[in-house]
Design a protein around this ligand. Sequence first.
Ligand code: CA
Length: 170
Amino acid sequence: MKLCGIFSIAIFLVAQISAQYISPTPMVTKKYYLITLAPVNWFKAFNHCRSMDMNLVSITSKEENDRIIKQIQDENHQDKDFWTSGNKLGSNGVYQWMSTGKVVKFTDWAQGQPDNQFRENQHESCINIFNIGRGPGAGLMWNDHLCSAELYFICEQDFIQYGYCVNQTC
Ligand SMILES: [Ca+2]
């Protein structure tokens, strides 16, 4: 009887500690998909990603940019140009991520870019990643390009994983 009482108290204490200090915490991570079946213009790239319940990629930090560049290199596509969702089509010169509506803050423009070239009756207004040609696997940076140009593209998808935080430390 005494042992049973101690056991009950122990369960009660564990339950109290669990309720108070441990909680499942959602953590969002992104996965990137390099779409290299056929080059398409920026508008088609955006639509293709949406049609697969994904978004044309938005890049908001150096860490994210580094991950994407590494993936391009790991998949041996560093010789290709890729669309991102960055553009200034509707914002009077201010670049925004079409997939999120947020202003582009972190940037990784190649030297001399964005140069806003005017060709084929339009200004360069969409952001792509390209190899500036400093050797194999190096020099993948950003450029502003004609949105009508046909390039490969990168879709992104959010994945939610649940971790556990103890005493608010995850
Ligand atoms: Ca340019």
